[in-house]
Write a protein that binds this ligand. Structure first.
Ligand code: ATP
Length: 328
């Protein structure tokens, strides 16, 4: 069952730009340019794209903050703007840059206030809070005023605040931005656990691709407001020709670079004692066999394709002009 539906979703902003010393002109910026997407219950969707691609604007339309210029969206069967109050009870929202906590109150009091705002039964609230306290390690700073929390502590508080009313869909806009490694791991581990339980749908925008790799089976990439990829990370690699690499450590450098069919040398490192081959058509065994006759191998390792690299190539190719057919 779809919990999120977008049909031809579009958002334009009118901005005034300088056109001469005093004159200003109106210009239309198309932030989201006809997005069609379906998200099923329990899916964990990564929604990524370069700066200004339209990610936050999409999330704002889905959460009822912004009215679409055209097309429409349904979240939990509701119209985000028209049914905003009812929708608020069924979704949770974490926008990395904004807080839903009371700045001067201890975290514990913010949670208590939220229980009243959302009219959550005391038992359900206590059970959810206990789970968040354990998984997000909140106890050390539950009684600290929010203004005194570190960014990582506050983000763990924000996640808890977004979940205390038991939302069906959780929208996360850059939830790990600015966090240190430990807090990032805590947040990712928590979201992974939430995903495993299977009853919360998660939509995540991030520039940290490790978030996506750890959490999302489905990846939607947008650029200039349009969807340019919708599929798994593996499909993204296949589509953009990402290759696995074989790294061969040799006893000594070879007088000339070996030519192995289907496995060109990508890099030469450690003064020629380390060769990196791209597996285009050859298998690992063929590379090893090919090298065995030429050199003494000390070690062989395989490097899986890097998501950063493939996404960088995707963004770069989009900048040169879309490689992909529209409406993918
Ligand atoms: N309120 C606004 N008024 C005018 N233009 C806006 C407004 N909000 C967003 N935009 C423009 O719409 C486009 C998409 O912005 P959006 O914030 O959705 O991008 P994003 O993908 O979330 O980017 P980032 O990764 O930098 O957060 C940008 O060109 C931005 O300047």
């Amino acid at each position: 069952m779809n919990v999120i539906e977008m049909d031809g979703l579009r958002k334009e902003f009118t901005v005034r730009v300088r056109a001469g010393t005093l004159r200003r002109e109106k210009r239309t910026v198309t932030a989201v340019d006809g997005v069609d997407l379906r998200v099923e219950r329990g899916e964990m969707l990564g929604y990524i794209g370069p700066n200004g691609a339209g990610k936050s604007t999409t999330l704002k339309m889905l959460t009822g903050v912004l009215m679409p210029s055209a097309g429409h969206a349904r979240v939990c069967g509701l119209r985000p703007v028209a049914d905003r109050t009812r929708l608020a009870l069924r979704i949770g929202v974490v926008f990395g840059q904004r807080s839903q906590l009371w700045w001067d109150l201890p975290l514990r009091d913010s949670f208590d206030l939220l229980r009243h705002v959302y009219r959550v039964p005391a038992g359900a609230h206590a059970a959810r809070l206990a789970r968040c306290r354990e998984l997000l390690d909140l106890d050390a700073f539950l009684d600290t005023p929010v203004r005194q929390l570190s960014l990582g502590q506050r983000m763990r508080g924000e996640l808890t605040a977004a979940l205390l009313h038991g939302p069906e869909v959780l929208f996360l806009d850059e939830p790990t931005i600015g966090l240190d490694v430990v807090s990032k791991q805590a947040v990712r581990g928590f979201l992974a656990e939430l995903g495993r339980a299977g009853d919360t749908t998660l939509v995540l925008t991030t520039h940290d691709l490790a978030d996506i790799e750890r959490l999302c089976r489905r990846l939607v990439v947008i650029d200039h407001g349009r969807v340019v990829h919708d599929g798994s990370i593996a499909e993204l690699h296949r589509r953009y020709g990402s290759r696995r690499m074989v790294v061969a450590e040799l006893d000594s450098a070879l007088p000339e670079l070996p030519v192995l069919p289907g496995a060109p040398v990508q890099r030469v490192e450690a003064d020629g004692r380390r060769l990196v081959f791209a597996l285009e058509r050859a298998s690992v065994a063929e590379v090893v066999a090919g090298l065995a006759g030429l050199a003494t191998l000390r070690d062989i390792s395989i490097v899986e394709p890097d998501i950063e690299e493939v996404v960088t190539r995707l963004y770069a190719s989009e900048r040169k002009g879309p490689l992909l057919t529209p409406g993918v």
